[in-house]
Design a protein around this ligand. Structure first.
Ligand code: TPP
Ligand code: DXP
Ligand code: MG
Length: 591
C-alpha cells in the first residue's frame, strides 16, 4: 500500500494542513488502509467505507474535538478513529485489550459519546448543545451523524422533536445509503428514497416541518458538495439537517454489490475483495439458524405463527421465514419497543408470535416487556438471541444482563436451553400454546450437534435435569455454558465426585430438583454466562436461603463490571467460566 499522506496524519490538525485538492488522495489511502486491516483482522467494513469522504470532510472543516462529533451506532467510525491518532494501533481493533470497534469516551477525546446501540446520537448531541449554551458557548458545533436505518427509530424522532423547538447549535447529518445491516424498511425509507441528489423534497418536507433547516440531498462522496453545504449551513442559526446520499461499501466492488454480507464480512482477500474460502468441514449449526429454520418448520403446519425482528433478519435468521411466508414475518426496522408491543397486539388476537431480539437490544424495550406483555400475561414468545458474551463487539453488545432484568418480571417464563435440540424443543413447545409469555435465551455462534434436526419433543416447563451423577459436590449450569462444564469435567481428575445438573429454566425454578440437590450436597456451584448480580445463581442462592439449606454455594458468572471486547473464549476465561477455569475452581474445591 502506498501511503503518501495518511502516514503523516496523526490528528485532525495534520489533515487541516493539507490543501483541499489533496483530500481525494487521503480518501483513497484511508479506504485502502481500512480494507487492508479489516481483510485480516475482521470487523465492520461497508459502513466505514461509505463515510470515508464524510469523515475526512468533518475533521477537515470543523475544529474537532472542540466541535463535537457524535457517530450513531459507531460501526462506521473506523475512518474517524484512524484520522484521530489511532492509525498505528488500528490493527488491535476489536481485539482483547485493543481498540473498541465503536467510539468510546475513555479511548480518545475525539470520541465524544460512547455508542454501539443505534439512534442515540441526536439526543446526545442535543444534550451537549444545550449544555454548551448554558455554559455560555454559542460557537461550538454539535454534530450527530446518523444512518437512514437508525434515524427511523423512535429515539431518534424523540431527539428531532425536541431539537426543533430549541435554538441549539445542532447539526444532524443523515448518511442515507438506503440500507442498514439488511435493507432499510418502512415508510420513512420510502420517503427518503424519493429524494434525488440536488432535488430537495419540496412538498411537506418532514424535516422542515420539525423546524430544522434542511439541506440536500447531496452526493456524500463529493468533497466540493459537502464543503459547500457545510458553508451554507454554518450561516444558519439553530438546528440544521444535512442529507447525504452515499453508497455502503464504496470503493470495494464486492462490498458495494453485496452490502449485507460485507457489512461485517469476516476475512477476505484485500486484493480481490473475495471472501476467503470457508473450511469445507461440516460444522454444527449456528443457534440463530436453529431458531430460524425451526420456525419455518413450525410455521408450515401452524398458520397462527408470526415472526418479528427489529432490523436483524439476517443476524437472527428470521430471513428464512420472511422468504417462505412474507405475509407472516416482519422486519420492523430498528424499533425494539415497537416490535415488542406489536407482538403483544398480535397476541391479543390469538396469534402465536415469535419475536426475536438480541439480548442487548431487548434492553431498549424493557417497559414494553413489563407493561404491554407480562402485565397482561400475553403469551408472546421472545427468542433472545446473542445471550451471553458475544465477543468482539464488546461491552455495548454482550447479552449478559437478560437473566437479571427478566427474572424479576412476574408471569414471564425464562428458558435456558443447553443445546440445539433443547432450543428446538422449547420452540416447538412454545408453538403449541403457553399460558404465559416466555423468553428463550441462546448465544451467538455455533452449537455442538451435527444431527440437530430431530423429531420434536414436548418439554415440561420449569424442569431441569441431572446430566452426570457425583458424590461430593454439584454444579448447576444455566444454558449452553453446559458445554464448558462438560469439557472441564472431561479433563478433571476425580470427576466422579462432581454431579452436573442443567437448570433448564431460570423461571419457574425446578424447586423439586433444587431441593434434592441441596439435600444431597454440601457444596453447590452455579455457573452462567450472564451477570452474577441478580442472575440465576443468585435466584438459587435465595431459594436455598428461603428453605434454610446450609450448603456452601458458589456463583460463577460475569462479575459486576463491564466486560470489553475479545474472542468469546478469551472473555469466558477472563471471567472464570471457560472449561479451564472451571476445572481449576473444581480442583481447588476438591482439595
Ligand atoms: C438499538 C439497536 N438495534 C439494532 C442494532 C443493530 N444494528 C447495528 S448497525 C444497524 C444498521 C444501521 O443502519 P444505518 O443506520 O442505516 O447505518 P449504516 O450501517 O447504513 O451506516 C443495526 C440494525 C443496534 N446497533 N442498535
Ligand atoms: C453494529 C452492530 O450492532 C451489529 O452489526 C452487530 O455487530 C451485529 O452483531 P452480530 O455479528 O452478532 O450479528
Ligand atoms: Mg444506512
Amino acid at each position: 500500500m502506498t501511503s503518501r499522506l495518511l502516514q503523516n496524519i496523526n490528528a485532525p490538525k495534520d489533515l487541516r494542513k493539507l490543501d483541499k485538492s489533496e483530500l481525494l488522495q487521503v480518501a483513497k489511502e484511508l479506504r485502502e488502509f481500512i480494507i487492508d486491516i479489516v481483510a485480516t483482522k475482521e470487523g465492520h467494513l461497508g459502513a466505514s467505507l461509505g463515510v470515508v469522504e464524510l469523515s475526512i470532510a468533518l475533521h477537515y472543516y470543523f475544529n474537532t474535538p472542540e466541535d463535537v462529533l457524535v457517530w450513531d451506532v459507531g460501526h462506521q467510525a473506523y475512518g474517524h478513529k484512524i484520522l484521530t491518532g489511532r492509525r498505528s494501533i488500528f490493527d488491535t481493533n476489536r481485539k482483547l485489550n485493543g481498540l473498541s470497534g465503536f467510539p468510546k469516551r475513555n479511548e480518545s477525546e475525539y470520541d465524544t459519546f460512547g455508542v454501539g446501540h443505534s439512534s442515540t446520537s441526536i439526543s446526545a448531541a442535543l444534550g451537549m448543545a444545550i449544555a454548551s449554551r448554558l455554559n455560555g458557548n454559542t460557537v461550538k458545533n454539535h454534530i450527530a451523524v446518523i444512518g437512514d436505518a437508525s434515524i427511523a427509530s423512535g429515539m431518534a424522532f424523540e431527539g428531532l422533536n425536541h431539537a426543533g423547538v430549541t435554538d441549539a447549535n445542532l447539526w444532524v447529518i443523515l448518511n442515507d445509503n438506503a440500507i442498514g445491516i439488511d435493507l432499510s424498511v418502512g415508510a420513512l425509507k420510502e420517503y427518503l428514497s424519493k429524494s434525488k441528489i440536488g432535488i430537495k423534497p419540496k412538498q411537506d418536507n418532514m424535516i422542515e416541518a420539525l423546524n430544522f433547516h434542511y439541506s440536500g440531498p447531496i452526493d456524500g462522496h463529493n468533497f466540493d458538495s459537502i464543503f459547500k453545504a457545510f458553508e451554507e449551513l454554518e450561516k444558519v442559526k439553530g438546528p440544521k439537517f444535512l442529507h447525504l446520499i452515499t453508497k455502503k461499501g464504496k470503493g470495494l466492488r464486492q462490498a458495494e454489490e453485496n452490502q449485507v454480507t460485507y457489512h461485517a464480512p469476516g476475512k477476505f482477500d484485500k486484493k480481490t475483495g473475495e471472501l476467503l474460502p470457508k473450511n469445507n468441514e461440516q460444522l454444527p449449526p449456528k443457534f440463530q439458524d436453529v431458531f430460524g429454520l425451526t420456525l419455518v418448520e413450525l410455521a408450515k403446519t401452524n398458520k397462527e405463527i408470526i415472526g418479528i425482528t427489529p432490523a436483524m433478519p439476517t443476524g437472527s435468521s428470521l430471513k428464512y421465514m420472511m422468504q417462505e411466508f412474507p405475509d407472516r414475518a416482519f422486519d420492523v426496522g430498528i424499533a425494539e419497543q415497537h416490535a415488542v408491543t406489536l407482538a403483544a397486539g398480535m397476541a391479543t388476537q390469538g396469534k402465536t408470535v415469535f419475536c426475536t431480539i438480541y439480548s442487548t437490544f431487548l434492553q431498549r424495550a424493557y417497559d414494553q416487556l413489563i407493561h404491554d406483555v407480562a402485565l397482561q400475561n400475553l403469551p408472546v414468545i421472545f427468542c433472545v438471541d446473542r445471550a451471553g458474551l458475544v465477543g468482539e463487539d464488546g461491552a455495548t453488545h454482550h447479552g449478559v444482563f437478560d437473566i437479571a432484568y427478566l427474572r424479576c418480571i412476574p408471569n414471564l417464563i425464562i428458558a435456558t436451553p443447553a443445546d440445539e435440540i433443547e432450543l428446538r424443543n422449547i420452540l416447538y413447545t412454545s408453538s403449541l400454546g403457553l399460558e404465559n409469555p416466555i423468553a428463550i435465551r441462546y448465544p451467538r455462534g455455533r452449537g455442538t450437534k451435527l444431527d440437530w434436526q430431530k423429531e420434536f419433543q414436548q418439554v415440561t416447563i420449569g424442569k431441569g435435569k441431572q446430566l452426570q451423577p457425583g458424590n461430593d459436590m454439584a454444579i448447576i449450569s444455566v444454558g449452553t455454558i453446559k458445554t464448558e462444564v462438560e469439557k472441564a469435567l472431561g479433563q478433571l481428575q476425580h470427576s466422579e465426585k462432581v454431579a452436573h445438573y442443567d437448570l433448564g429454566f431460570v423461571k419457574p425454578l425446578d424447586e423439586q430438583l433444587l431441593t434434592e440437590i441441596f439435600q444431597q450436597y454440601q457444596t453447590v456451584i452455579t455457573i452462567e454466562d450472564g451477570v452474577i448480580s441478580g442472575g440465576a445463581g443468585e435466584a438459587i442462592l435465595a431459594f436455598a436461603h428461603r428453605h434454610q439449606f446450609t450448603s456452601k454455594i458458589m456463583n460463577l458468572g460475569v462479575p459486576d463490571e463491564f466486560i470489553e471486547q475479545g474472542t468469546t473464549e478469551e472473555l469466558k476465561d477472563l471471567v472464570g467460566i471457560s472449561a479451564e477455569k472451571i476445572k481449576k475452581t473444581l480442583q481447588q474445591l476438591l482439595t
